[in-house]
Design a protein around this ligand. Sequence first.
Ligand SMILES: *[C@@H]1O[C@H](CO)[C@@H](O)[C@H](O)[C@H]1NC(C)=O
Ligand SMILES: *[C@@H]1O[C@H](CO)[C@@H](O)[C@H](O)[C@H]1NC(C)=O
Ligand SMILES: *[C@@H]1O[C@H](CO)[C@@H](O)[C@H](O)[C@H]1NC(C)=O
Ligand SMILES: *[C@@H]1O[C@H](CO)[C@@H](O)[C@H](O)[C@H]1NC(C)=O
Length: 413
Amino acid sequence: MAQLITLVLLLLACMLSNALGSTGLSRINLVSTTIFDVTNYGAKGDGKTNDSPAFMKAWKAACEAQPNDRSILVIPATKTFLLKPISFNGPCNPSSLYVQISGNIVGPAKKTDWIGYHIDAWLSFSRVNGLTVSGNGQINGQGPIWWENACIGTPSPGTSCHAPAALMFRRCNGLRLNGLTHVNSPRVHITITACNGVIMSNLHIIAPETSPNTDGINVASSTNVNISDSIIGTGDDCIAISGGSSDIKISGITCGPGHGISIGALGKGGVDMVENIEVRNCTLIKTLAGVRIKSWQGGRGYARKISFKAIKFDAVYNPIIIDQYYCPTQKNCINSTSAIKLSDISYSGIMGTSNMDNVINLSCSESVACTNIAMDNVYISSVTPGRKVFGKCINAHGRISHVKPLFNCLKPN
Ligand SMILES: *[C@@H]1O[C@H](CO)[C@@H](O)[C@H](O)[C@H]1NC(C)=O
Ligand SMILES: *[C@@H]1O[C@H](CO)[C@@H](O)[C@H](O)[C@H]1NC(C)=O
Ligand SMILES: *[C@@H]1O[C@H](CO)[C@@H](O)[C@H](O)[C@H]1NC(C)=O
Ligand SMILES: *[C@@H]1O[C@H](CO)[C@@H](O)[C@H](O)[C@H]1NC(C)=O
Protein backbone atom coordinates (compact mmCIF):
# COMPACT_ATOMS: atom_id res chain seq x y z
CA MET A 1 0.00 0.00 0.00
CA ALA A 2 2.74 2.43 1.00
CA GLN A 3 4.54 1.58 -2.22
CA LEU A 4 1.46 2.35 -4.24
CA ILE A 5 1.04 5.76 -2.59
CA THR A 6 4.70 6.58 -3.27
CA LEU A 7 4.21 5.63 -6.88
CA VAL A 8 1.11 7.83 -7.21
CA LEU A 9 2.94 10.74 -5.58
CA LEU A 10 5.87 10.27 -7.91
CA LEU A 11 3.58 10.25 -10.93
CA LEU A 12 1.83 13.42 -9.72
CA ALA A 13 5.18 15.14 -9.21
CA CYS A 14 6.20 14.13 -12.70
CA MET A 15 3.01 15.43 -14.29
CA LEU A 16 3.25 18.70 -12.38
CA SER A 17 6.80 19.38 -13.44
CA ASN A 18 5.92 18.54 -17.03
CA ALA A 19 3.00 20.94 -16.94
CA LEU A 20 5.21 23.68 -15.55
CA GLY A 21 7.88 22.84 -18.07
CA SER A 22 5.60 23.23 -21.03
CA THR A 23 4.51 26.70 -19.89
CA GLY A 24 8.16 27.59 -19.67
CA LEU A 25 7.83 28.69 -16.01
CA SER A 26 10.40 26.29 -14.65
CA ARG A 27 12.88 26.84 -17.49
CA ILE A 28 15.77 29.17 -17.30
CA ASN A 29 16.19 29.34 -21.07
CA LEU A 30 12.87 30.21 -22.64
CA VAL A 31 12.49 28.63 -26.05
CA SER A 32 9.78 30.16 -28.14
CA THR A 33 8.63 28.87 -31.46
CA THR A 34 7.99 31.40 -34.16
CA ILE A 35 6.19 30.58 -37.36
CA PHE A 36 7.11 32.32 -40.58
CA ASP A 37 4.39 31.49 -43.08
CA VAL A 38 5.49 32.40 -46.59
CA THR A 39 1.97 33.64 -47.44
CA ASN A 40 2.40 36.31 -44.74
CA TYR A 41 5.41 37.56 -46.66
CA GLY A 42 3.56 37.93 -49.94
CA ALA A 43 3.78 34.45 -51.47
CA LYS A 44 0.76 33.82 -53.70
CA GLY A 45 0.93 30.07 -54.15
CA ASP A 46 -1.02 30.27 -57.41
CA GLY A 47 1.61 28.34 -59.40
CA LYS A 48 2.13 31.37 -61.70
CA THR A 49 3.58 34.19 -59.62
CA ASN A 50 7.30 34.03 -58.89
CA ASP A 51 7.20 33.52 -55.13
CA SER A 52 10.98 33.60 -54.68
CA PRO A 53 11.09 37.20 -53.32
CA ALA A 54 8.46 36.33 -50.69
CA PHE A 55 10.28 33.13 -49.72
CA MET A 56 13.50 35.12 -49.41
CA LYS A 57 11.87 37.63 -47.04
CA ALA A 58 10.38 34.85 -44.90
CA TRP A 59 13.73 33.02 -44.85
CA LYS A 60 15.58 36.15 -43.79
CA ALA A 61 13.16 36.71 -40.91
CA ALA A 62 13.40 33.06 -39.79
CA CYS A 63 17.17 33.06 -40.05
CA GLU A 64 17.55 36.32 -38.13
CA ALA A 65 15.24 35.33 -35.25
CA GLN A 66 16.62 35.24 -31.70
CA PRO A 67 19.28 32.57 -31.06
CA ASN A 68 17.02 30.85 -28.51
CA ASP A 69 14.03 30.78 -30.82
CA ARG A 70 12.91 27.89 -32.87
CA SER A 71 12.02 29.18 -36.31
CA ILE A 72 9.57 27.36 -38.52
CA LEU A 73 9.29 28.44 -42.13
CA VAL A 74 5.88 27.21 -43.26
CA ILE A 75 4.94 26.46 -46.85
CA PRO A 76 1.22 25.80 -46.46
CA ALA A 77 -0.76 22.94 -47.96
CA THR A 78 -3.12 23.01 -50.96
CA LYS A 79 -1.09 25.73 -52.73
CA THR A 80 1.55 25.54 -55.45
CA PHE A 81 4.47 27.92 -55.16
CA LEU A 82 6.50 28.75 -58.23
CA LEU A 83 10.12 29.45 -57.34
CA LYS A 84 12.90 30.75 -59.54
CA PRO A 85 16.41 29.59 -58.54
CA ILE A 86 16.88 30.56 -54.91
CA SER A 87 19.59 30.20 -52.24
CA PHE A 88 18.74 29.98 -48.57
CA ASN A 89 22.00 30.88 -46.88
CA GLY A 90 23.18 30.82 -43.29
CA PRO A 91 24.65 31.06 -40.84
CA CYS A 92 21.37 31.64 -39.01
CA ASN A 93 20.81 32.73 -35.41
CA PRO A 94 18.46 29.96 -34.21
CA SER A 95 20.24 26.72 -33.39
CA SER A 96 17.39 24.84 -35.05
CA LEU A 97 15.46 25.92 -38.07
CA TYR A 98 12.53 24.02 -39.57
CA VAL A 99 11.23 24.25 -43.08
CA GLN A 100 7.78 22.69 -43.12
CA ILE A 101 6.72 21.95 -46.69
CA SER A 102 3.05 20.96 -46.84
CA GLY A 103 2.28 22.53 -50.21
CA ASN A 104 3.89 22.04 -53.58
CA ILE A 105 6.92 23.82 -54.95
CA VAL A 106 7.50 23.94 -58.71
CA GLY A 107 10.39 25.20 -60.79
CA PRO A 108 10.28 27.57 -63.75
CA ALA A 109 8.40 26.13 -66.71
CA LYS A 110 10.71 27.76 -69.30
CA LYS A 111 14.47 27.64 -69.53
CA THR A 112 14.56 31.34 -70.36
CA ASP A 113 13.44 31.96 -66.75
CA TRP A 114 16.94 30.78 -65.80
CA ILE A 115 18.81 33.45 -67.72
CA GLY A 116 21.07 35.28 -65.29
CA TYR A 117 21.09 32.52 -62.65
CA HIS A 118 23.71 29.94 -61.72
CA ILE A 119 22.85 26.64 -63.31
CA ASP A 120 24.21 24.62 -60.36
CA ALA A 121 21.05 24.25 -58.36
CA TRP A 122 17.45 25.33 -58.25
CA LEU A 123 16.86 25.29 -54.46
CA SER A 124 20.00 25.50 -52.38
CA PHE A 125 20.73 25.70 -48.68
CA SER A 126 24.24 26.66 -47.54
CA ARG A 127 25.85 26.90 -44.12
CA VAL A 128 22.64 26.31 -42.14
CA ASN A 129 23.29 24.13 -39.12
CA GLY A 130 20.43 22.35 -37.32
CA LEU A 131 18.17 22.53 -40.37
CA THR A 132 15.15 20.24 -40.73
CA VAL A 133 13.26 20.14 -44.01
CA SER A 134 10.14 18.02 -43.73
CA GLY A 135 6.49 17.66 -44.62
CA ASN A 136 4.35 15.79 -47.07
CA GLY A 137 4.58 18.34 -49.87
CA GLN A 138 6.03 17.87 -53.31
CA ILE A 139 9.04 19.44 -54.98
CA ASN A 140 8.80 19.39 -58.79
CA GLY A 141 11.90 20.43 -60.72
CA GLN A 142 10.19 20.64 -64.16
CA GLY A 143 12.88 18.32 -65.50
CA PRO A 144 11.38 17.60 -68.94
CA ILE A 145 12.38 21.05 -70.25
CA TRP A 146 16.03 20.12 -69.51
CA TRP A 147 16.16 16.48 -70.50
CA GLU A 148 16.44 16.89 -74.26
CA ASN A 149 19.08 19.55 -74.22
CA ALA A 150 20.53 20.95 -71.04
CA CYS A 151 21.56 24.24 -72.70
CA ILE A 152 19.69 27.51 -72.35
CA GLY A 153 19.23 28.87 -75.86
CA THR A 154 21.94 28.04 -78.37
CA PRO A 155 25.06 26.63 -76.73
CA SER A 156 28.09 28.82 -77.30
CA PRO A 157 31.01 26.89 -78.78
CA GLY A 158 33.21 25.21 -76.19
CA THR A 159 30.73 25.49 -73.31
CA SER A 160 29.29 22.40 -71.76
CA CYS A 161 25.61 22.26 -71.10
CA HIS A 162 24.68 21.45 -67.58
CA ALA A 163 21.29 21.05 -65.95
CA PRO A 164 20.72 22.12 -62.34
CA ALA A 165 20.30 19.91 -59.28
CA ALA A 166 16.83 20.36 -57.80
CA LEU A 167 17.78 20.55 -54.14
CA MET A 168 21.29 21.13 -52.83
CA PHE A 169 22.62 21.23 -49.29
CA ARG A 170 26.14 22.49 -48.71
CA ARG A 171 27.84 22.74 -45.34
CA CYS A 172 24.63 22.01 -43.41
CA ASN A 173 25.60 20.10 -40.26
CA GLY A 174 22.85 18.26 -38.39
CA LEU A 175 20.58 18.25 -41.43
CA ARG A 176 17.28 16.33 -41.29
CA LEU A 177 15.30 15.73 -44.45
CA ASN A 178 12.14 13.69 -44.39
CA GLY A 179 8.72 12.92 -45.76
CA LEU A 180 8.77 14.89 -49.00
CA THR A 181 8.09 13.76 -52.56
CA HIS A 182 10.67 14.86 -55.14
CA VAL A 183 9.77 14.58 -58.81
CA ASN A 184 11.35 15.30 -62.19
CA SER A 185 14.57 17.05 -61.30
CA PRO A 186 16.53 18.60 -64.21
CA ARG A 187 19.59 16.63 -62.94
CA VAL A 188 20.22 14.99 -59.51
CA HIS A 189 17.21 15.35 -57.22
CA ILE A 190 19.00 15.87 -53.89
CA THR A 191 22.67 16.56 -53.31
CA ILE A 192 24.48 16.70 -49.99
CA THR A 193 27.95 18.24 -50.03
CA ALA A 194 30.27 18.84 -47.07
CA CYS A 195 27.60 18.09 -44.46
CA ASN A 196 28.21 16.25 -41.20
CA GLY A 197 25.51 14.38 -39.26
CA VAL A 198 22.63 13.98 -41.70
CA ILE A 199 19.44 11.91 -41.40
CA MET A 200 17.25 11.47 -44.47
CA SER A 201 14.16 9.28 -44.31
CA ASN A 202 10.77 8.56 -45.78
CA LEU A 203 11.52 10.23 -49.08
CA HIS A 204 9.84 9.46 -52.36
CA ILE A 205 11.95 10.36 -55.38
CA ILE A 206 10.44 9.76 -58.79
CA ALA A 207 11.33 10.52 -62.42
CA PRO A 208 10.81 8.59 -65.66
CA GLU A 209 13.14 5.70 -66.42
CA THR A 210 14.39 7.50 -69.55
CA SER A 211 15.30 10.81 -67.90
CA PRO A 212 19.07 11.49 -68.13
CA ASN A 213 21.41 12.04 -65.15
CA THR A 214 18.54 12.31 -62.69
CA ASP A 215 20.18 10.53 -59.74
CA GLY A 216 18.05 10.27 -56.61
CA ILE A 217 20.52 11.28 -53.90
CA ASN A 218 24.21 12.20 -54.25
CA VAL A 219 26.41 12.36 -51.18
CA ALA A 220 29.83 14.02 -51.53
CA SER A 221 32.50 15.03 -49.02
CA SER A 222 30.12 14.30 -46.14
CA THR A 223 30.36 12.27 -42.94
CA ASN A 224 27.86 10.51 -40.70
CA VAL A 225 24.96 10.37 -43.13
CA ASN A 226 22.01 7.98 -42.63
CA ILE A 227 19.53 7.46 -45.43
CA SER A 228 16.60 5.14 -44.72
CA ASP A 229 13.11 3.98 -45.59
CA SER A 230 12.71 5.64 -48.95
CA ILE A 231 11.44 4.81 -52.42
CA ILE A 232 13.67 5.97 -55.25
CA GLY A 233 13.06 5.36 -58.95
CA THR A 234 14.55 7.96 -61.26
CA GLY A 235 16.20 6.16 -64.18
CA ASP A 236 19.72 6.83 -62.85
CA ASP A 237 21.59 6.00 -59.62
CA CYS A 238 19.15 5.79 -56.71
CA ILE A 239 21.95 6.80 -54.37
CA ALA A 240 25.54 7.63 -55.33
CA ILE A 241 28.28 8.15 -52.76
CA SER A 242 31.28 10.05 -54.01
CA GLY A 243 34.73 11.08 -52.81
CA GLY A 244 35.44 12.42 -49.33
CA SER A 245 32.50 10.58 -47.77
CA SER A 246 32.68 8.36 -44.70
CA ASP A 247 30.36 6.75 -42.14
CA ILE A 248 27.38 6.45 -44.46
CA LYS A 249 24.49 4.12 -43.64
CA ILE A 250 21.83 3.29 -46.20
CA SER A 251 18.89 1.07 -45.28
CA GLY A 252 15.32 0.29 -46.23
CA ILE A 253 15.59 1.66 -49.78
CA THR A 254 13.41 0.36 -52.59
CA CYS A 255 15.28 1.26 -55.76
CA GLY A 256 14.16 1.14 -59.39
CA PRO A 257 13.84 1.82 -62.21
CA GLY A 258 17.36 3.17 -62.47
CA HIS A 259 21.01 2.30 -62.10
CA GLY A 260 21.06 0.95 -58.55
CA ILE A 261 23.08 2.01 -55.52
CA SER A 262 26.59 3.17 -56.37
CA ILE A 263 29.80 4.11 -54.68
CA GLY A 264 31.55 6.32 -57.20
CA ALA A 265 32.40 6.97 -59.86
CA LEU A 266 35.66 7.63 -57.98
CA GLY A 267 39.02 8.86 -59.18
CA LYS A 268 38.05 11.19 -61.98
CA GLY A 269 39.27 14.29 -60.20
CA GLY A 270 42.46 12.57 -58.97
CA VAL A 271 42.43 11.54 -55.31
CA ASP A 272 39.27 10.16 -53.70
CA MET A 273 38.79 8.55 -50.31
CA VAL A 274 35.66 6.77 -49.15
CA GLU A 275 35.24 4.53 -46.11
CA ASN A 276 32.78 2.94 -43.69
CA ILE A 277 29.79 2.54 -45.93
CA GLU A 278 26.97 0.15 -45.06
CA VAL A 279 24.10 -0.66 -47.40
CA ARG A 280 21.54 -2.84 -45.65
CA ASN A 281 18.01 -4.14 -46.19
CA CYS A 282 17.51 -2.70 -49.67
CA THR A 283 15.46 -4.03 -52.59
CA LEU A 284 16.48 -3.36 -56.17
CA ILE A 285 13.91 -3.85 -58.89
CA LYS A 286 14.89 -4.17 -62.58
CA THR A 287 17.84 -1.82 -62.17
CA LEU A 288 20.78 -1.74 -64.58
CA ALA A 289 23.22 -2.34 -61.73
CA GLY A 290 22.45 -3.59 -58.24
CA VAL A 291 25.16 -2.66 -55.78
CA ARG A 292 28.11 -1.16 -57.58
CA ILE A 293 31.52 0.29 -56.83
CA LYS A 294 32.86 2.17 -59.82
CA SER A 295 36.08 4.04 -60.47
CA TRP A 296 37.74 5.65 -63.46
CA GLN A 297 41.12 4.45 -64.55
CA GLY A 298 43.95 6.54 -63.17
CA GLY A 299 42.71 7.87 -59.84
CA ARG A 300 44.42 7.56 -56.49
CA GLY A 301 43.10 7.03 -52.96
CA TYR A 302 40.85 4.31 -51.63
CA ALA A 303 37.38 2.94 -50.99
CA ARG A 304 37.38 0.57 -48.03
CA LYS A 305 35.26 -0.96 -45.26
CA ILE A 306 32.18 -1.25 -47.40
CA SER A 307 29.44 -3.74 -46.60
CA PHE A 308 26.32 -4.81 -48.42
CA LYS A 309 23.92 -6.81 -46.22
CA ALA A 310 20.43 -8.20 -46.67
CA ILE A 311 19.96 -7.06 -50.25
CA LYS A 312 17.23 -8.37 -52.57
CA PHE A 313 17.44 -8.27 -56.35
CA ASP A 314 14.43 -8.57 -58.61
CA ALA A 315 15.43 -8.99 -62.28
CA VAL A 316 18.48 -6.74 -61.91
CA TYR A 317 20.90 -6.60 -64.88
CA ASN A 318 24.31 -6.51 -63.10
CA PRO A 319 23.52 -7.40 -59.48
CA ILE A 320 27.01 -7.26 -57.95
CA ILE A 321 29.59 -5.21 -59.76
CA ILE A 322 32.99 -3.71 -59.11
CA ASP A 323 34.01 -1.73 -62.17
CA GLN A 324 37.42 -0.07 -62.09
CA TYR A 325 37.22 0.60 -65.83
CA TYR A 326 34.34 3.04 -65.64
CA CYS A 327 34.08 5.16 -68.77
CA PRO A 328 30.42 5.54 -69.76
CA THR A 329 30.96 7.27 -73.10
CA GLN A 330 33.62 4.73 -74.15
CA LYS A 331 35.42 7.69 -75.75
CA ASN A 332 38.95 8.85 -74.82
CA CYS A 333 39.00 6.30 -72.00
CA ILE A 334 42.39 6.45 -70.35
CA ASN A 335 44.48 3.39 -69.59
CA SER A 336 46.49 3.87 -66.44
CA THR A 337 48.43 1.82 -63.91
CA SER A 338 47.24 3.93 -60.99
CA ALA A 339 43.82 3.25 -59.48
CA ILE A 340 41.64 3.70 -56.43
CA LYS A 341 42.57 0.92 -53.98
CA LEU A 342 39.54 -1.17 -52.98
CA SER A 343 39.67 -3.25 -49.78
CA ASP A 344 37.52 -4.78 -47.06
CA ILE A 345 34.37 -5.16 -49.10
CA SER A 346 31.77 -7.60 -47.84
CA TYR A 347 28.59 -8.98 -49.32
CA SER A 348 26.31 -11.01 -47.06
CA GLY A 349 22.72 -12.20 -47.00
CA ILE A 350 22.12 -11.33 -50.62
CA MET A 351 19.59 -13.01 -52.87
CA GLY A 352 17.48 -12.58 -55.94
CA THR A 353 17.31 -12.79 -59.68
CA SER A 354 19.16 -11.28 -62.61
CA ASN A 355 18.29 -10.53 -66.23
CA MET A 356 21.88 -11.28 -67.26
CA ASP A 357 24.10 -14.32 -66.97
CA ASN A 358 27.12 -12.57 -65.47
CA VAL A 359 25.64 -11.85 -62.05
CA ILE A 360 28.87 -11.13 -60.15
CA ASN A 361 31.49 -9.03 -61.96
CA LEU A 362 34.50 -8.00 -59.87
CA SER A 363 36.61 -6.08 -62.41
CA CYS A 364 39.44 -4.59 -60.36
CA SER A 365 42.39 -2.65 -61.71
CA GLU A 366 45.00 -4.86 -63.36
CA SER A 367 47.74 -3.08 -61.43
CA VAL A 368 46.07 -2.34 -58.06
CA ALA A 369 44.33 -5.42 -56.66
CA CYS A 370 41.08 -5.38 -54.69
CA THR A 371 41.83 -7.11 -51.40
CA ASN A 372 39.82 -8.72 -48.65
CA ILE A 373 36.57 -9.17 -50.51
CA ALA A 374 34.24 -11.45 -48.54
CA MET A 375 31.04 -13.07 -49.74
CA ASP A 376 28.78 -15.07 -47.45
CA ASN A 377 25.31 -16.32 -48.22
CA VAL A 378 24.98 -14.82 -51.65
CA TYR A 379 22.46 -16.55 -53.91
CA ILE A 380 21.68 -15.07 -57.32
CA SER A 381 19.87 -16.93 -60.07
CA SER A 382 18.58 -16.14 -63.53
CA VAL A 383 15.08 -14.75 -64.05
CA THR A 384 14.79 -17.60 -66.56
CA PRO A 385 14.34 -20.75 -64.50
CA GLY A 386 17.16 -23.25 -65.03
CA ARG A 387 19.42 -20.84 -66.91
CA LYS A 388 23.06 -20.87 -65.81
CA VAL A 389 24.60 -17.73 -64.32
CA PHE A 390 28.24 -17.03 -63.49
CA GLY A 391 30.74 -14.80 -61.67
CA LYS A 392 33.84 -13.22 -63.15
CA CYS A 393 36.85 -11.36 -61.75
CA ILE A 394 39.93 -9.36 -62.67
CA ASN A 395 42.61 -9.12 -59.96
CA ALA A 396 40.14 -9.59 -57.08
CA HIS A 397 41.33 -11.19 -53.84
CA GLY A 398 39.26 -12.58 -51.00
CA ARG A 399 37.09 -15.50 -49.98
CA ILE A 400 33.59 -16.81 -50.51
CA SER A 401 31.35 -19.14 -48.56
CA HIS A 402 27.81 -20.24 -49.36
CA VAL A 403 27.73 -18.49 -52.72
CA LYS A 404 25.71 -19.40 -55.79
CA PRO A 405 26.76 -19.24 -58.55
CA LEU A 406 29.95 -20.76 -57.23
CA PHE A 407 32.86 -19.03 -58.93
CA ASN A 408 36.55 -19.62 -58.50
CA CYS A 409 38.28 -16.54 -59.88
CA LEU A 410 38.87 -14.85 -56.50
CA LYS A 411 42.55 -15.11 -55.58
CA PRO A 412 43.65 -15.61 -51.99
CA ASN A 413 44.33 -12.39 -50.06
C1 LIG B 1 23.37 6.88 -38.02
O1 LIG B 1 23.14 5.57 -37.54
C2 LIG B 1 24.19 5.10 -36.72
C3 LIG B 1 23.91 3.64 -36.38
O2 LIG B 1 22.58 3.38 -36.26
C4 LIG B 1 24.30 5.97 -35.47
O3 LIG B 1 25.37 5.53 -34.67
C5 LIG B 1 24.55 7.41 -35.92
O4 LIG B 1 24.57 8.27 -34.79
C6 LIG B 1 23.46 7.86 -36.88
N1 LIG B 1 23.79 9.19 -37.38
C7 LIG B 1 23.01 10.24 -37.17
C8 LIG B 1 23.43 11.51 -37.85
O5 LIG B 1 22.00 10.19 -36.51
C1 LIG C 1 13.65 -3.26 -44.28
O1 LIG C 1 13.15 -2.22 -45.13
C2 LIG C 1 11.74 -2.18 -45.25
C3 LIG C 1 11.42 -1.07 -46.21
O2 LIG C 1 11.89 -1.40 -47.50
C4 LIG C 1 11.12 -1.94 -43.88
O3 LIG C 1 9.72 -1.95 -44.01
C5 LIG C 1 11.57 -3.02 -42.91
O4 LIG C 1 11.09 -2.72 -41.63
C6 LIG C 1 13.09 -3.09 -42.87
N1 LIG C 1 13.51 -4.23 -42.06
C7 LIG C 1 14.51 -4.18 -41.20
C8 LIG C 1 14.82 -5.44 -40.46
O5 LIG C 1 15.16 -3.17 -40.99
C1 LIG D 1 32.42 -6.87 -66.31
O1 LIG D 1 32.69 -5.49 -66.13
C2 LIG D 1 33.70 -5.00 -66.99
C3 LIG D 1 34.02 -3.60 -66.55
O2 LIG D 1 32.92 -2.76 -66.78
C4 LIG D 1 33.24 -5.08 -68.42
O3 LIG D 1 34.25 -4.63 -69.30
C5 LIG D 1 32.92 -6.54 -68.74
O4 LIG D 1 32.37 -6.62 -70.03
C6 LIG D 1 31.95 -7.13 -67.73
N1 LIG D 1 31.89 -8.57 -67.96
C7 LIG D 1 30.81 -9.19 -68.35
C8 LIG D 1 30.96 -10.65 -68.61
O5 LIG D 1 29.74 -8.63 -68.47
C1 LIG E 1 46.42 -0.89 -70.96
O1 LIG E 1 47.83 -0.87 -70.86
C2 LIG E 1 48.37 -2.15 -70.51
C3 LIG E 1 49.86 -1.98 -70.28
O2 LIG E 1 50.42 -1.13 -71.22
C4 LIG E 1 48.04 -3.13 -71.61
O3 LIG E 1 48.54 -4.40 -71.26
C5 LIG E 1 46.53 -3.22 -71.78
O4 LIG E 1 46.19 -4.06 -72.84
C6 LIG E 1 45.96 -1.84 -72.03
N1 LIG E 1 44.51 -1.94 -72.02
C7 LIG E 1 43.73 -1.28 -72.86
C8 LIG E 1 42.28 -1.47 -72.67
O5 LIG E 1 44.17 -0.57 -73.73
